[in-house]
Design a protein around this ligand. Structure first.
Ligand SMILES: Cc1cc2nc3c(=O)[nH]c(=O)nc-3n(C[C@H](O)[C@H](O)[C@H](O)COP(=O)(O)O)c2cc1C
Length: 331
């Protein structure tokens, strides 16, 4: 099977996975704004293997999203291999392995970023997944995890970190495996979403990793995208929260990299995007799609002068007409 990663033009601007956010409608909207690769929300290998309808439904995708990659989390090579076969049967273009999730429900079972503490297991999981199907296998990892940080809920700050296990350690351990693409979320487990990205570690990985390298973490503007590409030598950028409520960021980044300028959408253009997004949500998932849409709607209007009152209305919308009416009455 063709490895789509090899055919992409660089820089590659991808939609990074976000559980509960990168649903099918949002992914399609991001694709329309030029996302080069789409990642699903993460799916549990165990849930897939045991035939969870909810998980299978979460992995539904539209043809227009291609190339589309299913992200898996788990802790057992055999389960990854079995889940990978299911993902291949579902028609995905690639499989991504999650080595970065800090959520308690994932790390308490030794999955996500907890795997970075067991580099032989990381290797075994990647090998088993690659062996299971002809699909290209990518991985998403974190900048680092300290050995001492408890894998507990609300772990708080640790006093000292001896020697963290870093992205560089992981990459050294798996360097000779045919991993199709490597995305680094440049923050540590200890500062999971708000810490200053560790750009240095990405630069070090670049020195030893000749394959596709995607930088992720804190890219909310075209200027930052350009700066991170230049500083790290990465082949692309993974956008997560920066694209939530602002899917046009994909186009802005591409415009900026090509021409040095980009345009911010005006109110009418944003309203049109909201309606398009709502139509997709409704078409894909009916009324439930509109409920899923609410968290996107409130992001779209962030920063508008009337955002507070709009948010109160948008979190309750039950129909497309209602959304149209609210937007019509908002100048
Ligand atoms: C709500 C939310 C859900 C996320 N879910 C996943 C996930 O399922 N898999 C994953 O690898 N990363 C997940 N992430 C991490 C993002 O992919 C990304 O690495 C992180 O948000 C840093 O990028 P940013 O600073 O551009 O948001 C999630 C992040 C958020 C905010």
């Amino acid at each position: 099977m063709a490895n789509f990663w090899k055919k992409l033009n660089k820089p590659i601007i991808t939609l990074a996975p976000m559980a509960g956010v990168t649903d099918i409608a949002f992914r399609q909207i991001c694709k329309q704004f030029g996302a080069d690769v789409i990642f699903t929300e993460f799916a549990s290998t165990n849930a897939l293997v045991f035939g969870s309808d909810k998980t299978i439904d979460m992995l539904r995708f539209a043809e227009s999203e291609r190339p589309v990659v299913a992200q898996l989390f788990g802790n057992d090579p055999e389960m990854f291999a079995r889940a990978a076969k299911i993902v291949a049967d579902l028609g995905f273009d690639g499989i991504d392995i999650n080595f970065g999730c800090p959520a308690y429900k994932v790390v308490k079972h030794g999955g996500g970023v907890a795997l970075m503490r067991n580099l032989p297991l990381c290797r075994a999981i990647i090998e088993a997944t690659i062996k299971a199907t002809p699909l290209p296998v990518s991985i998403k990892i974190r900048a680092s995890i300290c050995k001492e940080t408890p894998l507990k809920k609300g772990k708080g700050k640790i006093k000292a970190c001896g020697q963290p296990i870093t992205a560089l350690d992981l990459v050294k351990a798996i360097k000779n495996l045919p991993v199709a693409s490597l995305m680094i979320h440049a923050r540590s487990f200890e500062t999971p979403f708000d810490g200053e990205p560790n750009v240095e570690i990405v630069k070090k990985v670049r020195e030893i990793w000749p394959g596709i390298l995607i930088y992720n973490g804190g890219v909310y503007s075209p200027e930052t995208a350009k700066k991170m590409l230049q500083q790290t030598g990465a082949d692309g950028i993974g956008l997560a929260r920066g694209a939530w409520g602002r899917p046009w960021l994909f186009k802005q980044i591409k415009d900026y990299l090509q021409t040095g300028t980009y345009k911010n959408p005006d109110r009418n253009e944003i309203k049109q995007t909201i309606i398009k997004h709502a139509e997709l949500a409704l078409a894909q998932k009916g009324d439930h799609g509109l409920i899923e849409l609410r968290k996107h709607l409130v992001k779209y209007v962030k920063g508008w002068p009337e955002a507070a009152s709009l948010r109160a209305k948008l979190v309750q919308v039950k129909s497309l007409d209602e959304i149209r009416e609210i937007l019509k009455n908002t100048p």
